[in-house]
Structures are given as structure tokens and as C-alpha cells.
Write a protein that binds this ligand. Sequence first.
Ligand code: ZN
Length: 151
Amino acid sequence: VTTQRKPLPPAPPPLYVSWADFLEKAPARDIKRWCTRKAEVANRKRLISGSPLERLRPPEVWDVMRAAEGRCSHCGSLALERRPSNPLTGAPLPWDPVGRRIGSLDHVVSRVDGGLNVFANLAWSCLWCNTWVGERRLGAMDHGAIQFGRA
Ligand SMILES: [Zn+2]
């Protein structure tokens, strides 16, 4: 039996084509706000793993993003976009067409297995690889992956 996914709508043009392009275009206050938000999410109490032993700070999120130069550590796609939302209502839009472009923070050893909120246990990841572990393939070109602009 073969299963076929519904065809994805075409991905919109990328917001950024390289790490340098991101640094040039993204306002520092937006990056800071993004890192703050990611730290808040990482510090949340979770149903199974409870409260984290280590509190992550926004500068550490930035360290992870910068060390990776915005590339997903699993597939290599430039992952520096946010989840898309309707510009008028703010309602979330389907993100799978650009899933490999959306930046997220991944735990190398997951929190439920005792992994800590520390730099050594964190990796930059696209949301696709962070969500669908079985679809981590270096050089993947699907779901809006951006594999160019490595300068
Ligand atoms: Zn990825």
C-alpha cells in the first residue's frame, strides 16, 4: 500500500537566503524578542518532564542560533523564519509548506530523558525535523528547505 500526501501549496519566496542576509535584514530587537520567547517556552513546566532544572536565558538561545548560523543541525536547511500567520488576524496558517525554514530549539537529549536546558544539550533545528524525527535527512529539499546561500 502506498500512501500519498496531499500536494503542498507552493512555498512562498524565502525571507532570508543566508545567515548574513538574516543578520542584515532582521532587526536586533526582533531577534532578541524571538530568543526571549524561545527561552520562555524552554523553561515551561511540562506534563511528563516537569519543571526544568536549568533555566535557559535568551542570550543562550542566541548562542545556539549563532553557532549553527541558523542552519538546522539535522537537514541543513536555513531555519530562521517564524511560523506563518495571517497578517490581518494573526491566526496561525499551515506551516508544512515552509516547515524546514522555521527555526526551533531542539534538545539533543530530550527533557523527558533528563536532558538539560544548557548550551551543550541544545541544537538549532527546523520545525520539520524537530516535529518529524523520522524525516531528518541532511540536504533535504522538501517543505520549503533552503539549502543555498551558505556563504
Ligand atoms: Zn531540519
